[in-house]
Design a protein around this ligand. Structure first.
Ligand code: NAD
Length: 405
């Protein structure tokens, strides 16, 4: 890129990092201190933006790295936001609802001077949700003495959240797959797909791709997966899961119970590891980080990988995929539909507007399509992977807006 050395120096570390102690009165009357972080990496393009994670393994380094990632993601899709991330070292499942609320409000009491709709806009991440976002917004508004609904996104709809947010990440991924299909001449009905992780993102992704005509052949969740080369109906697979606790796959012919399938039939159980190695055209990791590693990458048979999870491919595996010519649509592009609709929520709150789901998706589509094509063109121009192309495009944008005094 011939990047100005000064810009490189600026981008090497976050603008600001907060470490806070949060005293929480527990239900038994004792006070427990929790440690929280907020890393504000870069705001050249707009207010910092990034989720808050509650997890027992949260570290400052992790939060800093994720805040850099957010900077790249927002810049890749060209939304007017910078990058940040927050976290508290806690196992939220061990707290009562009251303790969780007091801790969430306590975190805001410690960082409120550095956030706001024009400064830094948090959102949910691992083990945080719209209810927690509602408490945080309320605490923030009490402290500043006025309304500022755009201070936090990922709120419940009744609390100022955006229509369409729930499926936005998957929908953004589907727009990327459509563009990829145009570039590579893929016909949906002849293209097989395996999805790892039937959660919010993977579940919607599988259903939306099936609606587009793609042949979903494998699905999984934390308990394992199912594979049927004749096709799996994601809706029905989920129905079976609700009824029996496991994903099922053989509902295409109207039969939906696991036991009713002949043992030598086309439907097989697969482990999550096996799912990654199936002979499919498109692999969609939509669960956890570090799934495709240097150990298993040699056995990956997919021609395309669409990263809906954050960081599913390790850097070593990424190099090997590049050598093998497997095209990876990187996380910072593929799953950026989520933060884009979070940005729409912020915009609606700031303008006092409410958009319908149709309006939200009509705005999301051109943004994802443009981002995909810009990343594609940048990768071609520099002769690099799509991931490198996304980073080049994003850093170009941040660099162009960085003022060196
Ligand atoms: P989720 O908790 O709704 O779903 C996660 C799914 O993964 C669950 O179905 C779970 O059973 C499954 N899972 C857990 N361990 C697994 C394993 N070992 N193998 C296979 N599946 C496993 O989470 P989500 O919101 O769908 O997020 C999934 C990924 O997408 C995460 O990496 C997240 O960071 C990323 N992401 C989410 C959003 C969003 O808007 N929700 C936005 C950007 C990125």
């Amino acid at each position: 890129m011939n990047l100005d050395k000064n810009i490189y120096e600026i981008l090497k570390q976050p603008d600001r990092v907060l470490t806070v102690s949060i005293p929480v009165k527990m239900d038994n009357g004792e006070v427990k201190i929790f440690t929280g972080y907020r890393s504000q990496y870069n705001n050249a393009l707009g207010p910092y933006k990034g989720g808050i994670r509650y997890h027992w393994n949260v570290t400052l380094d992790e939060v800093k790295a994720l805040s850099f990632w957010m900077t790249i993601k927002c810049a890749t899709v060209n939304i007017p936001m910078g990058g940040s991330k927050g976290g508290i070292i806690v196992n939220p499942k061990e707290l009562s609802p009251g303790e969780l609320e007091r801790m969430s409000r306590g975190y805001i009491q410690k960082i409120w001077r550095e956030i706001g709709s024009d400064k830094d806009v948090p959102a949910p991440d691992v083990y945080t949700n719209p209810t927690i976002m509602g408490w945080m917004r309320d605490e923030f508004e009490k402290l500043i003495g006025k309304k500022d609904p755009g201070v936090i996104t990922g709120k419940a709809i009744a609390d100022g959240g955006s229509e369409g947010r729930e499926k936005a990440t998957a929908q953004g991924g589907v727009y990327c797959v459509r563009e990829l299909a145009k570039k590579k001449g893929l016909k949906p009905t002849e293209t097989t797909v395996a999805v790892q992780g039937m959660g919010n993102v993977g579940g919607y992704m599988a259903k939306l791709l099936a609606k587009d005509g793609y042949k979903i052949v494998a699905l999984s969740d934390s308990k394992g997966g199912v594979y049927n080369q004749d096709g799996v109906d994601p809706d029905k697979a989920e129905e079976i899961k609700k009824a029996g606790g496991m994903l099922g796959c053989y509902c295409l012919g109207g039969v939906c119970a696991l036991e009713e399938m002949p043992k030598d039939g086309p439907c097989k159980h697969v482990s999550n590891e096996d799912l990654l190695e199936l002979p499919v055209d498109i692999l969609v990791p939509a669960a956890l980080e570090n799934q495709i590693t240097k150990e298993n990458v040699g056995r990956v048979k997919a021609k395309y990988i669409v990263e809906m999870a954050n960081g599913p491919t390790t850097p070593e595996a990424d190099e090997l995929l590049k050598e093998r010519g497997i095209i990876v649509v990187p996380d910072v592009l593929a799953n950026a539909g989520g933060v884009t609709v979070s940005c729409f929520e912020w915009e609606q709150n700031n303008k006092g507007e409410r958009w319908t789901e149709e309006q939200v998706l009509a705005k999301l589509e051109p943004m994802m399509v443009n981002a995909f094509n810009e990343v594609w063109d940048t990768a071609e121009k520099y002769g690099v992977t799509l991931r490198e192309g996304a980073f080049v495009k994003a850093i170009e944008r941040v660099a162009n807006k960085t003022v060196i005094k």
